[in-house]
Design a protein around this ligand. Structure first.
Ligand code: GTR
Length: 341
């Protein structure tokens, strides 16, 4: 962290710490306003979401906000800002750390730049299938990872589904050979750079919102994501060659700023935590529907889809990534192994 950023962060923490213990009518910040409404405080918070309003994570954010409003008798209002209205993911996470944005729904991919433990999700072929991932996420080990975000001035409240990520390109790709030398946009984190290297491609980290024009103008040749993102962003229009290798399953995470969290009474923390957990089932159901729709829609649009038959070939090609990054994630990898069946 550079000095300027360090000072800014320090200032943010002091300001946040200063607010704890203020009477509700005294405290007032830019995002969540606390006012004296009866004897319990009322709040208005902001939740940043990168996806469009009809995307399964956004629907779940709103469902979460509704549960919180209901259970707090309208005292806690959470406004959801979809379509990256509050900024791209990495920038939003920084704002959440500072307490300038209260909540975000983000992918665990970019979170790895803020808390290393999340890098485990970007390691290739770690989960055998979705049930394997969910058995891990819903375990005590999954909960531990959510709590560990606290060392980065955030707190994970719940995981959401995000399917499996595969490659898509502006050029025909029907095999691993076809990916050689391609410039592939990745979520920004250290594991991804090594992963693309190992595959014989070159990684171009780039904000999600810039990928469409990047593909269109040839700044990148390819990108990778799940069916819902591929469809919702219309990347399939400019990169109509999809190869299904399912190299990563990276969960979504609903996150609250520690500075927001520490302002809340135990009762309000409980309302927020429980509502987040209770919104998981809703999100998973919305996800399943949208994943199917997205696949149908891109097929209908004429995308060429190749299913990788010999995944072992891909796995052996990226073994060096696990050799290099596996050790620092060994404990979590061992925990993940326990849920393999
Ligand atoms: C999506 C994820 C987004 C964003 C995006 C990306 O699957 O839902 O939050 O991280 O991937 O690739 O940037």
């Amino acid at each position: 962290m550079n000095i300027k950023k360090g000072l800014f962060v320090l200032l943010g923490s002091i300001m946040a710490a200063g607010m704890v213990g203020c009477s509700s009518s005294e405290s007032n910040n830019e995002t969540g306003t606390e006012s004296a409404g009866g004897d319990k405080p009322t709040y208005e918070f902001r939740l940043a979401e990168t996806h469009a309003a009809d995307y399964p994570t956004t629907l779940a954010d709103k469902h979460f906000a509704e549960l919180v409003a209901e259970r707090s008798d309208g005292r806690i209002k959470i406004d959801v800002f979809p379509s990256a209205a509050l900024g791209e993911e990495a920038a939003v996470i920084e704002q959440v750390q500072l307490g300038a944005i209260d909540f975000t729904r983000t992918s665990a991919g970019p979170l790895a730049e803020f808390y290393k433990g999340y890098g485990v999700f970007s390691l290739p072929y770690v989960f055998d299938h979705d049930d394997h991932m969910w058995n891990f996420l819903l375990s005590e080990h999954g909960d531990e990872l959510l709590n560990e975000l606290e060392s980065s001035r955030m707190l994970g409240l719940a995981y959401y589904s995000s399917g499996a990520r595969s490659f898509y390109s502006t050029k025909p790709v029907a095999s691993l050979d076809d990916l050689q030398g391609q410039k592939i946009r990745v979520q920004q984190n250290a594991v991804n750079i090594d992963l693309m290297d190992a595959l014989g491609a070159s990684a171009t980290p780039m904000a999600f919102g810039e990928v469409y024009s990047g593909l269109q103008t040839g700044v990148i040749d390819a990108a990778e994501n799940n069916y819902p993102s591929y469809y919702s962003t219309r990347h399939y229009e400019v990169a109509p060659h999809l190869i299904l290798d399912s190299h990563q399953r990276i969960p979504e995470v609903l996150v609250i700023s520690s500075s927001t969290w520490s302002k809340l009474s135990t009762e309000d923390q409980e309302i927020i935590q429980t509502a987040a957990k209770d919104s998981i089932e809703f999100q998973r159901a919305e996800w399943a529907k949208f994943e199917q729709l997205a696949e149908e829609q891109v097929r209908e649009a004429g995308v060429t889809i190749t299913k990788v038959e010999n995944v072992l070939e891909w796995q052996s090609k990226v073994k060096s990534v696990l050799d290099k990054h596996g050790e620092e994630h060994q404990e979590i990898l061992d925990a993940i192994d326990q849920y393999r069946n």
